[in-house]
Design a protein. Structure first.
Length: 277
C-alpha cells in the first residue's frame, strides 16, 4: 500500500463519479443505504446500549456503501447481502471492524461529552434529537461554543475514519494503523478533499433551493406529499455522497499488487493476495 498524492481538481471528479455510479444503480444503492440507516435506527431504540451500538455500526455501513459502489462501477448490481460484508469476511476482519466501530463510538461520545461541559448538554441533547431546536437556544453563547467545539473535534475524527473501513477490508491492516493512514491520506490530499467538500455543499444547497420551490408548489396542491418528497430527496443525496467516498479511497491509496483498487474482491479472506472481482 502506497499513499498517492492527487491534484485538488480530483475532488470534483470524485463527486461526478459518485453521481454517475449512483445513476447506474439508483434503486439498489438507495435501498442499501436506507436499510443501513433503518438498521441503525432500530438498534438505537434498544435501551441503554442502543445508541452506542448504532454509532459503532456506522463504519460498517460506510464499508457497505463503498463495496456496493465498487460493484455498481463495474456494471454489477449490489445486493442486500452486502449489508453483512463486514461480518462475513473472516474472523480477523470481523474483529477489526468491531474494534473500529467501538473506537468510533468512543470518539463520538467523547466529543459529545466535551460539548456538554461547555453548555451543560444542551447542544448534545439537540444533536441527538432529544430536544427541539429553538431560536432562543441557538442564540445562547454557550450553545454556540459547544457547537463549534464539536465541529472542530469531529473533523479530525472524521478524517481518521474516512478510509479506515476500506483499509481494513481491502488492505488487511490493523484498526489503529488504518486510522493513522486514513488521517495522513486525507491531510496529504487536503486540497482534493476540500474541493470534494465544497462541491458537495454546493450540491446540497442547489438541491435544497430547487426542492424548496418544488415542495412549495406541491404543498399548495397536494399537501402532505411534499414532506415525503423532501425526506426521500435527502436520503437519496446522502446515498450518493456515501457512494462517492470509494473513489476518494481508490485514488488516495495504491492497490495491492498494482491492481485497480476498485478491482479488489469484497469476499477475500486473505488480504495478502486479493483477487479481482
Amino acid at each position: 500500500m502506497k499513499l498517492q498524492i492527487v491534484p485538488a481538481r480530483t475532488g470534483l471528479q470524485w463527486v461526478l463519479q459518485g453521481l454517475r455510479t449512483f445513476k447506474s444503480q439508483p434503486l439498489a444503492l438507495a435501498a442499501l443505504f436506507f436499510l443501513g440507516m433503518a438498521s441503525m435506527s432500530l438498534i438505537s431504540a434498544l435501551p441503554l446500549i442502543g445508541p452506542v451500538l448504532a454509532l459503532a455500526l456506522l463504519p460498517c455501513i460506510s464499508l457497505t456503501m463503498m463495496v456496493a459502489a465498487s460493484e455498481a462501477a463495474h456494471g454489477r448490481k449490489p445486493t442486500p447481502a452486502l449489508l453483512l460484508v463486514s461480518f462475513r469476511s473472516g474472523s480477523q476482519h470481523l474483529h477489526s471492524m468491531l474494534m473500529l466501530g467501538g473506537m468510533y463510538a468512543a470518539g463520538f461520545l467523547l466529543i459529545i461529552g466535551a460539548s456538554s461541559i461547555v453548555d451543560g448538554g444542551n447542544f448534545a441533547s439537540v444533536y441527538l434529537g432529544q430536544t427541539p431546536m429553538t431560536r432562543e437556544l441557538a442564540e445562547e453563547p454557550e450553545f454556540q461554543s459547544a457547537m463549534w467545539l464539536s465541529m472542530c473535534l469531529y473533523l479530525p475524527l472524521s478524517l481518521a475514519f474516512w478510509h479506515a473501513p476500506a483499509l481494513i477490508h481491502w488492505h488487511g491492516i490493523s484498526p489503529v494503523k488504518s486510522l493513522f493512514f486514513s488521517f495522513v491520506g486525507c491531510i496529504r490530499n487536503i486540497g482534493a478533499y476540500f474541493v470534494f467538500g465544497v462541491c458537495w455543499v454546493g450540491v446540497f444547497i442547489a438541491t435544497g433551493m430547487v426542492l424548496a420551490i418544488v415542495t412549495g408548489i406541491l404543498a399548495a396542491l397536494i399537501g402532505s406529499i411534499a414532506g415525503g418528497l423532501m425526506v426521500a430527496t435527502a436520503l437519496a443525496l446522502a446515498a450518493v455522497f456515501f457512494t462517492s467516498i470509494v473513489f476518494s479511497f481508490r485514488d488516495s491509496f495504491s492497490a495491492p499488487d498494482g491492481k485497480d483498487e476498485m478491482e479488489i474482491s469484497h469476499d477475500s479472506k486473505n488480504n495478502d493476495n486479493l483477487p479481482p472481482i
